[in-house]
Write a protein that binds this ligand. Sequence first.
Ligand code: ADP
Length: 497
Amino acid sequence: MAAKIFKNLIAGEWVESRSGQTFENLNPANTKDVVGVFPRSQQEDVDAAVEAAKKAFQRWRLTPAPRRAEILYRCGQLLQERKEDYARDMTREMGKVLKETRGDVQEAIDTAFYMAGEGRRLDGHTVPSELPNKFAMAVRVPLGVVGMITPWNFPMAIPSWKIFPAIVSGNTCVIKPAEDTPLSTVNLVRALIDAGLPPGVVNIVHGHGPEAGAPMLEHPDVRAISFTGSSEVGRIVGQAAARHFKPCSLEMGGKNAIIVLNDANVDLAIDGTVWAAFGTTGQRCTAASRVVVEQGVYNQFADKLVARAKALKVGPGIDEQNDMGPQINQQQIETTGKYVGIGKSEGAKLLSGGSRISSAGLSDGFFWEPTIFGDCHSKMRIAQEEIFGPVVSLIPTDSLEQAVDISNGVAYGLSSAVYTRDVNKAFRAMRDIYAGITYINAPTIGAEVHLPFGGTKATGNGHREGGIGAIDFYTQWKAIYVDYSDRLQRAQIDTGE
Ligand code: ADP
């Protein structure tokens, strides 16, 4: 069967790239399965999409926000109806197991309803003026055309975190989805269109980052950039945006630690670690890739975790028997292999896994065994650098204070977790861990859409997705003064003295 052909979305029309070039979207569980053929876009396609978004902005910004929100409510309902189909498409292009891709679509549904509510809020403030007969207020206004660049690990949730708050605030946008998972963005935007979104409000340009993403950074009519991906590419994006004074939200890597103290419910901590280390095959920016375990429970914890990891069923995510799917692509599995080699050479003890799986039926996919290193030192490279694969390092520790130092002692600061039944220790950890997210007695993953999502240091540049932080990014403040005194009044001058 010929592979399905997909197109860019520009001004409400599905169009090929101007050059006619394409790329294939492959199923990572079986690369012989071509999910679709997508346009490989360049600068001229981006220019056309930005032009369409700029034109659409003139009407969209004047559409009352509650009307804009009604489209989001309908979109949320359509996503609910289509949840199973979209989850299956996502598992096929991205690999993670169905229960997780259903969760990914659910996150877009939650974001649609949450951000739809903002259509009747979008609140600013009124404040007193220092002068008589004068009214002062601060209102939120949209930025204009926003450029969005997204990764492959949450192919629908992450685009929804960006698109929904942007459009409810009155912006229009151009999105460049990850080349490994473009179909889920198409599905998300199809739901928006079917919900009544006018042409040009959301435009999709498919392709590779340097060719189809980079031109948005330079384009003078793109007023802001929202990026999620690696810190390496985030640096390129941030520097380009800075050259043009564009607001830029960067959401990047993590090296998140779970701390397990002697008084913890160890079985609960094991459940959390299995989910956080091997869920999404370790390919979440919030994945737990380090577990810092207090000496008193270290051996017990390590033994139980190894038993659980060995019992995980690895295979295509579309088969509901499986617990863990493949990695996304060849490059990612090579990175995992490289780090397993580094861990061994650094003297970490390989407790389980460590190899690619190429047994019958899995040899055409990117499958890797759930891998655990024990007796790690916090300064080893496997305990410092982001791997983005199913590899977890266990680091023994003597105290909460030392564990917090270890948790903080990496370049990143996204998520963190502490398992303890001592409320005093929990509160000290909540205060002292320098990260954007801290969980108590829950793993490092599990963000809810109405709370801020993001992190410190190499994880981000101070913005937050989710919650009201998203509205803060996609709007700017305008101060408005209305003088009804009918005479010239001078602030700071006419002080009444
Ligand atoms: P990940 O491996 O998590 O997808 P990347 O940072 O490699 O992280 O990619 C995230 C997104 O950034 C993708 O959509 C990719 O195409 C895009 N991208 C990659 N390089 C560039 C670049 N030089 N300029 C703009 N976007 C890029």
